[in-house]
Design a binder for this molecule. Structure first.
Ligand SMILES: C[S@@+](CC[C@H](N)C(=O)[O-])C[C@H]1O[C@@H](n2cnc3c(N)ncnc32)[C@H](O)[C@@H]1O
Length: 222
């Protein structure tokens, strides 16, 4: 029995947990029906991220296909679509995907409601996973990572503690992240031990009041 199970509480399925977060506005709200949190809206966080990822996307002579896993309220994705051949945005929350379909339209944009830990994922050149894995258990992350290694590039963004930390402490999937345990995700370390060709830090934003960093890394897989 691991420490997560010792009080005998069975975690909620991730789909239910994520639905509840949006229904109860546990990541806050800005008077819109769906709100994915400050990390998806604060200009000082969002603008440098969009600039860095746009530069990467524009570096290709021919536009490429992007798969955005856990696209949330799409405040970020909406500014990347224009730099792609095709943009497929996926989330586990059905009502959110329905809302996004109504509110964000482009000829090269598609939305799909999928559980990225369980379902088969569409093909693409690059996969974007921004502040999603930080909310998930190690078991779900393992399932997702197995699928990610079929994509040539992964752009992974995670909220991490300042300075050194013990990586990959397990959590129950939901609203919280590993930061509360002074931990954060490192896919190259156990239990994940991912093998990649190269890694490049695209961005590392220091949050005020020692609230950690939001780091974006580009992995070239093959
Ligand atoms: C904190 S939000 C980040 C949203 C967006 N990536 C951004 O940076 O603005 C995390 C999102 O991941 C989605 N998510 C969590 N687990 C998922 C899963 N297993 N499959 C698909 N989406 C998932 C949640 O519903 C939520 O919208």
């Amino acid at each position: 029995m691991n420490s997560l199970q010792k009080n005998n509480k069975k975690p909620w399925p991730t789909k239910k947990a994520m639905e509840q977060i949006y229904d109860l506005q546990l990541w806050g709200n800005n008077n819109s029906k769906f709100y994915s949190g400050e990390g998806s809206h604060k200009l000082e966080i969002v603008t440098p991220y969009i600039n860095a990822v746009s530069s990467f996307l524009k570096s290709f002579k021919t536009p490429i296909t992007v798969l955005d896993l856990g696209c949330g309220d799409f405040n970020i994705g909406k500014d990347l679509v224009q730099h792609t051949k095709k943009y497929i945005a996926v989330d586990i929350v059905e009502k959110l995907i329905h809302f996004n379909k109504e509110n964000f339209k482009a000829a090269n944009l598609e939305f799909a409601c999928l559980d990225i830990a369980k379902d088969t994922l569409p093909k693409a050149d690059v996969v974007i996973v921004r502040q999603v894995l930080q909310h998930l258990s190690n078991e779900e992350i393992s399932n997702i990572l197995q699928k990610l290694f079929h994509y040539k590039y992964i752009i992974l963004t995670e909220h991490l503690p300042n300075g050194k930390f013990i990586p990959n402490k397990d959590i129950i999937s939901g609203q919280g992240i590993r930061l509360k345990k002074q931990s954060g995700l490192d896919i190259l370390k156990p239990p994940f031990n991912c093998k990649i060709q190269t890694e490049k830090e695209l961005l590392c934003l220091d949050l005020e009041n020692n609230k950690g960093v939001i780091k974006t890394v580009l992995y070239k897989v093959f």
